[in-house]
Design a protein around this ligand. Structure first.
Ligand code: PLZ
Length: 446
Protein backbone atom coordinates (compact mmCIF):
# COMPACT_ATOMS: atom_id res chain seq x y z
CA UNK A 1 0.00 0.00 0.00
CA UNK A 2 1.16 3.53 -0.71
CA UNK A 3 1.96 5.03 2.65
CA UNK A 4 -0.55 7.45 4.03
CA UNK A 5 0.50 10.61 5.79
CA UNK A 6 -1.85 11.29 8.62
CA UNK A 7 -2.65 14.70 9.98
CA UNK A 8 -3.52 13.37 13.43
CA UNK A 9 -1.22 11.07 15.43
CA UNK A 10 -2.45 7.53 14.78
CA UNK A 11 -2.71 6.34 18.33
CA UNK A 12 -5.07 5.32 21.08
CA UNK A 13 -4.73 7.75 23.93
CA UNK A 14 -7.20 8.30 26.75
CA UNK A 15 -6.87 11.45 28.82
CA UNK A 16 -10.21 11.20 30.64
CA UNK A 17 -12.68 8.50 31.53
CA UNK A 18 -15.15 7.93 28.69
CA UNK A 19 -17.36 9.80 28.22
CA UNK A 20 -15.29 12.74 29.39
CA UNK A 21 -16.74 15.92 30.95
CA UNK A 22 -17.22 17.77 27.67
CA UNK A 23 -19.00 14.82 26.09
CA UNK A 24 -21.19 14.56 29.17
CA UNK A 25 -22.07 18.23 28.93
CA UNK A 26 -23.00 17.77 25.27
CA UNK A 27 -25.17 14.80 26.17
CA UNK A 28 -27.06 17.01 28.63
CA UNK A 29 -27.57 19.73 25.99
CA UNK A 30 -28.51 17.13 23.42
CA UNK A 31 -31.26 15.72 25.63
CA UNK A 32 -32.90 19.14 25.72
CA UNK A 33 -32.59 19.82 22.01
CA UNK A 34 -32.28 16.65 19.92
CA UNK A 35 -35.16 14.23 19.41
CA UNK A 36 -34.84 11.14 21.58
CA UNK A 37 -35.51 8.90 18.58
CA UNK A 38 -32.03 9.48 17.18
CA UNK A 39 -29.62 7.12 18.88
CA UNK A 40 -25.83 7.19 18.99
CA UNK A 41 -23.71 4.06 19.35
CA UNK A 42 -21.29 5.80 21.69
CA UNK A 43 -21.86 8.79 24.03
CA UNK A 44 -18.61 10.42 22.95
CA UNK A 45 -18.62 13.54 20.78
CA UNK A 46 -16.23 13.91 17.88
CA UNK A 47 -13.97 16.93 17.46
CA UNK A 48 -11.61 15.64 14.79
CA UNK A 49 -11.05 12.46 12.79
CA UNK A 50 -8.36 11.27 10.44
CA UNK A 51 -7.10 7.93 9.16
CA UNK A 52 -7.93 5.35 11.83
CA UNK A 53 -8.62 7.71 14.74
CA UNK A 54 -11.43 9.85 16.09
CA UNK A 55 -10.43 12.52 18.61
CA UNK A 56 -13.23 13.48 20.97
CA UNK A 57 -14.09 16.84 22.51
CA UNK A 58 -12.12 15.93 25.65
CA UNK A 59 -8.96 15.17 23.70
CA UNK A 60 -9.25 11.37 23.81
CA UNK A 61 -7.91 9.65 20.70
CA UNK A 62 -9.99 6.58 19.85
CA UNK A 63 -9.34 3.79 17.37
CA UNK A 64 -12.14 3.82 14.80
CA UNK A 65 -13.31 0.34 13.81
CA UNK A 66 -16.67 1.56 12.49
CA UNK A 67 -16.02 4.25 9.84
CA UNK A 68 -19.33 5.90 10.71
CA UNK A 69 -21.05 2.70 9.47
CA UNK A 70 -18.82 1.91 6.49
CA UNK A 71 -18.67 5.45 5.15
CA UNK A 72 -15.20 6.88 5.73
CA UNK A 73 -13.28 4.20 3.85
CA UNK A 74 -10.72 6.79 2.70
CA UNK A 75 -10.68 8.34 6.18
CA UNK A 76 -12.83 11.14 7.55
CA UNK A 77 -10.60 14.00 6.41
CA UNK A 78 -8.62 12.75 3.46
CA UNK A 79 -6.79 15.79 2.02
CA UNK A 80 -7.68 15.02 -1.60
CA UNK A 81 -11.36 14.83 -0.67
CA UNK A 82 -11.18 17.89 1.59
CA UNK A 83 -9.52 19.94 -1.15
CA UNK A 84 -12.03 18.85 -3.78
CA UNK A 85 -14.88 19.77 -1.44
CA UNK A 86 -13.38 23.18 -0.63
CA UNK A 87 -12.67 23.95 -4.25
CA UNK A 88 -16.16 23.02 -5.40
CA UNK A 89 -17.77 24.88 -2.48
CA UNK A 90 -15.80 27.99 -3.42
CA UNK A 91 -17.25 27.86 -6.96
CA UNK A 92 -20.85 26.74 -6.38
CA UNK A 93 -22.46 24.61 -3.69
CA UNK A 94 -25.69 24.07 -5.58
CA UNK A 95 -27.55 24.94 -8.69
CA UNK A 96 -29.78 21.84 -8.74
CA UNK A 97 -29.04 19.32 -11.47
CA UNK A 98 -32.70 19.53 -12.49
CA UNK A 99 -32.35 23.27 -13.09
CA UNK A 100 -28.83 24.08 -14.28
CA UNK A 101 -26.84 20.86 -14.62
CA UNK A 102 -23.06 20.51 -14.17
CA UNK A 103 -20.30 18.18 -15.26
CA UNK A 104 -19.49 16.58 -11.88
CA UNK A 105 -22.77 14.64 -11.91
CA UNK A 106 -22.00 13.26 -15.37
CA UNK A 107 -18.47 12.32 -14.36
CA UNK A 108 -19.76 10.40 -11.34
CA UNK A 109 -22.24 8.59 -13.59
CA UNK A 110 -19.44 7.70 -16.02
CA UNK A 111 -17.29 6.39 -13.16
CA UNK A 112 -20.12 4.27 -11.76
CA UNK A 113 -20.90 2.80 -15.17
CA UNK A 114 -17.28 1.72 -15.45
CA UNK A 115 -16.93 0.41 -11.88
CA UNK A 116 -20.16 -1.53 -11.34
CA UNK A 117 -20.39 -5.15 -12.52
CA UNK A 118 -21.54 -5.82 -16.10
CA UNK A 119 -20.26 -4.45 -19.39
CA UNK A 120 -23.63 -3.48 -20.87
CA UNK A 121 -24.94 0.02 -21.52
CA UNK A 122 -25.64 1.66 -18.14
CA UNK A 123 -27.32 4.74 -16.75
CA UNK A 124 -27.07 6.35 -13.32
CA UNK A 125 -29.26 8.59 -11.20
CA UNK A 126 -27.94 10.25 -8.05
CA UNK A 127 -29.62 10.88 -4.70
CA UNK A 128 -28.65 11.75 -1.12
CA UNK A 129 -29.11 8.66 1.03
CA UNK A 130 -29.04 4.91 0.74
CA UNK A 131 -32.76 4.69 1.47
CA UNK A 132 -33.51 7.10 -1.35
CA UNK A 133 -31.44 5.02 -3.76
CA UNK A 134 -33.33 1.86 -2.78
CA UNK A 135 -36.71 3.61 -3.12
CA UNK A 136 -35.80 4.75 -6.60
CA UNK A 137 -34.45 1.39 -7.72
CA UNK A 138 -37.84 -0.04 -6.75
CA UNK A 139 -39.64 2.73 -8.65
CA UNK A 140 -37.59 1.96 -11.76
CA UNK A 141 -38.17 -1.79 -11.48
CA UNK A 142 -41.92 -1.34 -11.07
CA UNK A 143 -42.26 1.05 -13.97
CA UNK A 144 -40.04 -0.99 -16.27
CA UNK A 145 -41.77 -4.32 -15.56
CA UNK A 146 -45.32 -3.07 -15.08
CA UNK A 147 -45.43 -5.32 -11.99
CA UNK A 148 -45.82 -4.27 -8.37
CA UNK A 149 -44.53 -6.96 -5.99
CA UNK A 150 -41.06 -6.65 -4.50
CA UNK A 151 -39.33 -9.41 -2.55
CA UNK A 152 -36.79 -8.74 0.17
CA UNK A 153 -35.13 -11.10 2.61
CA UNK A 154 -35.08 -12.02 6.27
CA UNK A 155 -32.52 -9.89 8.17
CA UNK A 156 -32.55 -7.28 5.39
CA UNK A 157 -31.88 -3.62 6.03
CA UNK A 158 -32.73 -1.12 3.34
CA UNK A 159 -33.55 2.12 5.18
CA UNK A 160 -35.95 4.09 7.34
CA UNK A 161 -38.27 5.83 4.86
CA UNK A 162 -41.75 4.41 4.47
CA UNK A 163 -41.03 2.11 1.53
CA UNK A 164 -37.63 1.06 2.85
CA UNK A 165 -39.04 0.39 6.34
CA UNK A 166 -41.35 -2.08 4.65
CA UNK A 167 -38.32 -3.63 2.94
CA UNK A 168 -36.30 -3.76 6.17
CA UNK A 169 -36.89 -6.90 8.22
CA UNK A 170 -36.37 -5.91 11.84
CA UNK A 171 -39.23 -4.34 13.77
CA UNK A 172 -37.34 -2.91 16.73
CA UNK A 173 -36.05 -0.22 16.41
CA UNK A 174 -36.63 0.37 12.70
CA UNK A 175 -40.35 -0.30 12.16
CA UNK A 176 -42.17 -0.73 15.45
CA UNK A 177 -45.26 1.53 15.57
CA UNK A 178 -44.30 3.43 12.40
CA UNK A 179 -46.83 1.73 10.15
CA UNK A 180 -48.86 1.41 8.05
CA UNK A 181 -46.18 0.25 5.66
CA UNK A 182 -46.04 0.27 1.88
CA UNK A 183 -47.95 -2.63 0.30
CA UNK A 184 -46.75 -5.36 -2.06
CA UNK A 185 -43.57 -6.15 -0.17
CA UNK A 186 -42.87 -9.85 0.49
CA UNK A 187 -40.27 -11.46 2.70
CA UNK A 188 -38.20 -14.49 1.70
CA UNK A 189 -35.92 -16.72 3.77
CA UNK A 190 -32.25 -15.75 3.58
CA UNK A 191 -29.26 -18.04 3.36
CA UNK A 192 -27.63 -17.92 6.80
CA UNK A 193 -25.05 -20.70 6.79
CA UNK A 194 -24.31 -20.56 10.54
CA UNK A 195 -27.98 -20.97 11.41
CA UNK A 196 -29.58 -22.94 8.58
CA UNK A 197 -26.80 -25.31 7.49
CA UNK A 198 -28.13 -25.21 3.91
CA UNK A 199 -26.05 -24.97 0.75
CA UNK A 200 -26.53 -21.88 -1.36
CA UNK A 201 -28.50 -23.86 -3.90
CA UNK A 202 -30.82 -25.34 -1.25
CA UNK A 203 -31.42 -21.97 0.40
CA UNK A 204 -32.11 -20.36 -2.98
CA UNK A 205 -34.60 -23.09 -3.93
CA UNK A 206 -36.34 -22.60 -0.57
CA UNK A 207 -36.72 -18.89 -1.31
CA UNK A 208 -37.76 -19.43 -4.92
CA UNK A 209 -40.41 -22.01 -4.12
CA UNK A 210 -41.89 -19.73 -1.45
CA UNK A 211 -41.85 -16.88 -3.91
CA UNK A 212 -43.51 -18.87 -6.69
CA UNK A 213 -46.24 -20.11 -4.35
CA UNK A 214 -46.91 -16.91 -2.42
CA UNK A 215 -46.30 -14.18 -4.99
CA UNK A 216 -45.94 -15.69 -8.45
CA UNK A 217 -43.08 -14.73 -10.75
CA UNK A 218 -45.41 -12.84 -13.07
CA UNK A 219 -46.34 -10.39 -10.30
CA UNK A 220 -42.79 -9.78 -9.15
CA UNK A 221 -41.07 -6.56 -10.22
CA UNK A 222 -37.86 -7.00 -8.26
CA UNK A 223 -35.77 -9.19 -6.03
CA UNK A 224 -33.86 -6.91 -3.67
CA UNK A 225 -30.89 -8.21 -1.70
CA UNK A 226 -27.72 -7.11 0.06
CA UNK A 227 -24.99 -9.40 -1.28
CA UNK A 228 -23.62 -9.46 2.27
CA UNK A 229 -26.20 -8.31 4.75
CA UNK A 230 -25.14 -5.34 6.86
CA UNK A 231 -27.34 -4.32 9.78
CA UNK A 232 -28.86 -7.82 9.81
CA UNK A 233 -25.58 -9.33 11.01
CA UNK A 234 -22.94 -9.35 8.27
CA UNK A 235 -24.51 -12.50 6.93
CA UNK A 236 -22.59 -13.92 3.99
CA UNK A 237 -24.94 -16.20 2.05
CA UNK A 238 -23.68 -19.68 1.17
CA UNK A 239 -21.87 -19.83 -2.21
CA UNK A 240 -24.30 -20.17 -5.09
CA UNK A 241 -27.25 -18.57 -3.28
CA UNK A 242 -26.99 -15.23 -5.05
CA UNK A 243 -26.14 -16.77 -8.42
CA UNK A 244 -29.15 -19.08 -8.31
CA UNK A 245 -31.47 -16.21 -7.41
CA UNK A 246 -29.99 -13.95 -10.09
CA UNK A 247 -30.40 -16.66 -12.71
CA UNK A 248 -33.99 -17.29 -11.68
CA UNK A 249 -34.73 -13.55 -11.79
CA UNK A 250 -33.29 -13.26 -15.29
CA UNK A 251 -35.32 -16.21 -16.51
CA UNK A 252 -38.54 -14.62 -15.21
CA UNK A 253 -38.04 -10.99 -16.20
CA UNK A 254 -37.61 -9.98 -12.55
CA UNK A 255 -35.26 -7.05 -11.88
CA UNK A 256 -32.38 -8.18 -9.65
CA UNK A 257 -31.38 -5.26 -7.41
CA UNK A 258 -28.17 -5.56 -5.41
CA UNK A 259 -28.18 -3.21 -2.44
CA UNK A 260 -24.46 -2.45 -2.15
CA UNK A 261 -24.97 0.56 0.09
CA UNK A 262 -22.87 -1.00 2.87
CA UNK A 263 -20.74 -3.44 0.87
CA UNK A 264 -19.72 -1.14 -1.98
CA UNK A 265 -16.58 0.75 -2.86
CA UNK A 266 -13.74 -1.60 -1.96
CA UNK A 267 -15.10 -2.50 1.47
CA UNK A 268 -15.21 -6.27 0.89
CA UNK A 269 -11.97 -6.52 -1.08
CA UNK A 270 -13.61 -5.95 -4.46
CA UNK A 271 -15.21 -2.79 -5.76
CA UNK A 272 -18.60 -4.44 -5.18
CA UNK A 273 -19.47 -7.54 -3.16
CA UNK A 274 -21.39 -9.05 -6.10
CA UNK A 275 -18.07 -9.60 -7.83
CA UNK A 276 -17.05 -12.29 -5.33
CA UNK A 277 -19.88 -14.44 -6.66
CA UNK A 278 -19.72 -13.35 -10.28
CA UNK A 279 -23.17 -11.78 -10.02
CA UNK A 280 -24.20 -9.05 -12.43
CA UNK A 281 -27.22 -7.22 -11.01
CA UNK A 282 -29.68 -5.32 -13.20
CA UNK A 283 -29.58 -2.37 -10.79
CA UNK A 284 -27.09 -1.55 -8.02
CA UNK A 285 -27.82 0.83 -5.15
CA UNK A 286 -24.83 2.61 -3.63
CA UNK A 287 -24.12 5.22 -0.95
CA UNK A 288 -21.92 5.28 2.20
CA UNK A 289 -18.33 4.75 0.96
CA UNK A 290 -19.02 6.54 -2.32
CA UNK A 291 -18.05 10.08 -1.32
CA UNK A 292 -15.71 10.10 1.66
CA UNK A 293 -18.50 11.06 4.06
CA UNK A 294 -20.41 13.55 1.95
CA UNK A 295 -24.06 12.59 1.42
CA UNK A 296 -24.44 10.98 -1.99
CA UNK A 297 -26.16 7.87 -3.26
CA UNK A 298 -26.75 6.30 -6.62
CA UNK A 299 -28.69 3.81 -8.65
CA UNK A 300 -26.69 2.44 -11.57
CA UNK A 301 -27.83 -0.25 -13.93
CA UNK A 302 -29.24 -1.37 -17.22
CA UNK A 303 -29.92 1.52 -19.57
CA UNK A 304 -33.03 -0.19 -20.93
CA UNK A 305 -34.56 -0.16 -17.42
CA UNK A 306 -33.48 3.29 -16.26
CA UNK A 307 -34.25 5.00 -19.55
CA UNK A 308 -37.80 3.70 -19.51
CA UNK A 309 -38.66 6.31 -16.90
CA UNK A 310 -40.24 9.51 -18.27
CA UNK A 311 -38.39 12.81 -17.84
CA UNK A 312 -39.11 14.26 -14.41
CA UNK A 313 -39.95 10.85 -12.90
CA UNK A 314 -36.67 10.65 -10.98
CA UNK A 315 -34.78 13.33 -9.11
CA UNK A 316 -34.81 15.60 -6.09
CA UNK A 317 -33.54 19.05 -5.13
CA UNK A 318 -30.20 17.91 -3.75
CA UNK A 319 -29.65 14.64 -5.63
CA UNK A 320 -26.10 14.60 -6.99
CA UNK A 321 -25.15 17.81 -5.19
CA UNK A 322 -22.01 19.25 -6.82
CA UNK A 323 -19.95 19.25 -3.60
CA UNK A 324 -20.90 15.63 -2.95
CA UNK A 325 -20.00 14.74 -6.56
CA UNK A 326 -16.60 16.41 -6.19
CA UNK A 327 -16.06 14.40 -3.00
CA UNK A 328 -17.03 11.19 -4.79
CA UNK A 329 -14.63 11.81 -7.66
CA UNK A 330 -11.82 12.58 -5.20
CA UNK A 331 -12.64 9.51 -3.08
CA UNK A 332 -12.52 7.27 -6.13
CA UNK A 333 -9.17 8.76 -7.06
CA UNK A 334 -7.85 7.96 -3.57
CA UNK A 335 -9.32 4.46 -3.63
CA UNK A 336 -7.56 3.75 -6.90
CA UNK A 337 -4.28 5.40 -5.94
CA UNK A 338 -4.09 3.42 -2.70
CA UNK A 339 -5.63 0.28 -4.22
CA UNK A 340 -8.15 0.07 -1.42
CA UNK A 341 -9.73 -3.20 -2.64
CA UNK A 342 -6.31 -4.82 -2.07
CA UNK A 343 -6.02 -3.02 1.24
CA UNK A 344 -9.39 -4.47 2.33
CA UNK A 345 -8.13 -7.96 1.47
CA UNK A 346 -4.94 -7.30 3.44
CA UNK A 347 -7.04 -6.20 6.43
CA UNK A 348 -8.95 -9.48 6.27
CA UNK A 349 -5.70 -11.46 6.05
CA UNK A 350 -4.34 -9.64 9.09
CA UNK A 351 -7.47 -9.73 11.25
CA UNK A 352 -9.27 -12.97 10.49
CA UNK A 353 -6.69 -15.32 12.07
CA UNK A 354 -6.83 -13.33 15.33
CA UNK A 355 -10.63 -13.48 15.34
CA UNK A 356 -10.57 -17.22 14.64
CA UNK A 357 -8.12 -17.79 17.46
CA UNK A 358 -10.31 -15.75 19.80
CA UNK A 359 -13.37 -17.80 18.80
CA UNK A 360 -11.55 -21.08 19.41
CA UNK A 361 -10.14 -19.94 22.75
CA UNK A 362 -13.33 -18.55 24.27
CA UNK A 363 -16.17 -20.70 22.92
CA UNK A 364 -18.58 -17.75 22.89
CA UNK A 365 -18.15 -16.84 19.23
CA UNK A 366 -20.21 -19.16 17.06
CA UNK A 367 -19.19 -17.70 13.74
CA UNK A 368 -16.41 -15.55 12.34
CA UNK A 369 -17.46 -14.26 8.95
CA UNK A 370 -17.41 -11.51 6.38
CA UNK A 371 -15.17 -10.43 3.56
CA UNK A 372 -12.36 -7.92 3.31
CA UNK A 373 -12.73 -5.14 5.84
CA UNK A 374 -16.33 -6.15 6.60
CA UNK A 375 -15.80 -8.80 9.27
CA UNK A 376 -17.96 -9.97 12.13
CA UNK A 377 -18.13 -12.08 15.26
CA UNK A 378 -21.45 -13.70 16.18
CA UNK A 379 -21.67 -14.14 19.96
CA UNK A 380 -23.51 -17.17 21.33
CA UNK A 381 -23.95 -18.98 24.61
CA UNK A 382 -21.02 -21.38 25.05
CA UNK A 383 -21.17 -24.44 22.88
CA UNK A 384 -24.47 -23.70 21.14
CA UNK A 385 -26.05 -21.17 18.85
CA UNK A 386 -28.26 -19.25 21.28
CA UNK A 387 -27.56 -15.56 20.64
CA UNK A 388 -25.84 -13.62 23.42
CA UNK A 389 -26.75 -9.97 22.92
CA UNK A 390 -25.85 -9.09 26.52
CA UNK A 391 -22.24 -10.18 26.10
CA UNK A 392 -22.11 -8.48 22.69
CA UNK A 393 -23.19 -5.16 24.15
CA UNK A 394 -20.76 -5.52 27.03
CA UNK A 395 -17.88 -6.18 24.62
CA UNK A 396 -18.67 -3.04 22.63
CA UNK A 397 -19.09 -0.91 25.77
CA UNK A 398 -15.92 -2.17 27.45
CA UNK A 399 -13.91 -1.77 24.23
CA UNK A 400 -15.10 1.81 24.01
CA UNK A 401 -14.07 2.51 27.58
CA UNK A 402 -10.59 1.38 26.52
CA UNK A 403 -10.60 3.63 23.46
CA UNK A 404 -11.89 1.46 20.61
CA UNK A 405 -15.08 2.33 18.74
CA UNK A 406 -16.87 -0.90 17.77
CA UNK A 407 -20.33 -1.34 16.29
CA UNK A 408 -22.82 -4.10 16.93
CA UNK A 409 -25.47 -5.40 14.54
CA UNK A 410 -27.61 -8.45 13.86
CA UNK A 411 -31.26 -9.38 14.04
CA UNK A 412 -30.52 -10.85 17.47
CA UNK A 413 -28.19 -8.01 18.50
CA UNK A 414 -25.35 -10.49 18.97
CA UNK A 415 -22.85 -9.49 16.31
CA UNK A 416 -19.78 -7.27 16.63
CA UNK A 417 -18.92 -5.90 13.22
CA UNK A 418 -15.59 -4.55 12.12
CA UNK A 419 -15.64 -1.79 9.53
CA UNK A 420 -12.32 0.02 9.91
CA UNK A 421 -11.43 2.87 7.60
CA UNK A 422 -9.53 1.15 4.80
CA UNK A 423 -6.67 3.59 5.35
CA UNK A 424 -6.12 2.55 8.97
CA UNK A 425 -2.48 1.69 9.68
CA UNK A 426 -1.47 -1.91 10.40
CA UNK A 427 -0.30 -1.22 13.95
CA UNK A 428 -3.35 0.73 14.97
CA UNK A 429 -5.63 -1.94 13.53
CA UNK A 430 -3.72 -4.68 15.36
CA UNK A 431 -3.99 -2.70 18.59
CA UNK A 432 -7.75 -2.27 18.13
CA UNK A 433 -8.19 -6.01 17.57
CA UNK A 434 -5.99 -6.77 20.56
CA UNK A 435 -8.19 -4.58 22.77
CA UNK A 436 -11.29 -6.38 21.46
CA UNK A 437 -9.71 -9.78 22.08
CA UNK A 438 -8.58 -8.85 25.59
CA UNK A 439 -12.05 -7.58 26.44
CA UNK A 440 -13.71 -10.77 25.20
CA UNK A 441 -11.24 -12.92 27.13
CA UNK A 442 -11.74 -10.92 30.33
CA UNK A 443 -15.52 -10.87 30.08
CA UNK A 444 -15.69 -14.61 29.52
CA UNK A 445 -12.98 -15.72 31.98
CA UNK A 446 -14.43 -17.98 34.65
N1 PLZ B 1 -29.11 -0.28 2.48
C1 PLZ B 1 -27.59 -2.14 2.88
O1 PLZ B 1 -26.73 -0.65 5.13
C2 PLZ B 1 -27.75 1.95 5.85
C3 PLZ B 1 -28.10 2.65 8.79
C4 PLZ B 1 -28.25 2.34 10.22
P1 PLZ B 1 -29.12 5.47 4.48
N2 PLZ B 1 -27.25 1.23 6.96
C5 PLZ B 1 -26.94 1.92 8.18
C6 PLZ B 1 -29.40 3.06 10.85
O2 PLZ B 1 -29.67 2.71 12.01
O3 PLZ B 1 -30.03 3.94 10.22
C7 PLZ B 1 -28.22 1.15 4.66
C8 PLZ B 1 -27.67 -0.11 4.36
C9 PLZ B 1 -28.15 -0.80 3.24
C10 PLZ B 1 -29.64 0.92 2.74
C11 PLZ B 1 -29.22 1.66 3.83
C12 PLZ B 1 -29.83 3.01 4.07
O4 PLZ B 1 -28.91 4.01 3.85
O5 PLZ B 1 -28.06 6.29 3.83
O6 PLZ B 1 -28.95 5.32 5.96
O7 PLZ B 1 -30.50 5.88 4.09
Amino acid sequence: MTSIDSRLPQLRNLVTELPGPRSQALTARRKAAVAAGVGSSVPVYAADADGGVIVDVDGNSLIDLGSGIAVTSVGASDPTVAEAVAEQAARFTHTCFMVTPYEGYIRVAEELAALTPGDFDKRTVLFNSGAEAVENAVKVARLATGRSAVAAFDHAYHGRTNLTMALTAKAMPYKANFGPFAPEIYRLPMSYPFRDGLTGEQAAQRAISQLEVQIGADSLAALLIEPIQGEGGFIVPAPGFLATLAEWARAHGVVFIADEVQTGFARTGAWFACEHEGIVPDLVTMAKGIAGGMPLSAVTGRADLLDRVHAGGLGGTYGGNPVACAAALASLEVMRALDLPARARAIEAAVRPALRELADATGVIGDVRGRGAMLALEFVRPGGSTPDPVLTKAVAAESLSRGVVLLTCGTFGNVIRLLPPLVIGDELLAEGIEVLATVVRELTAV
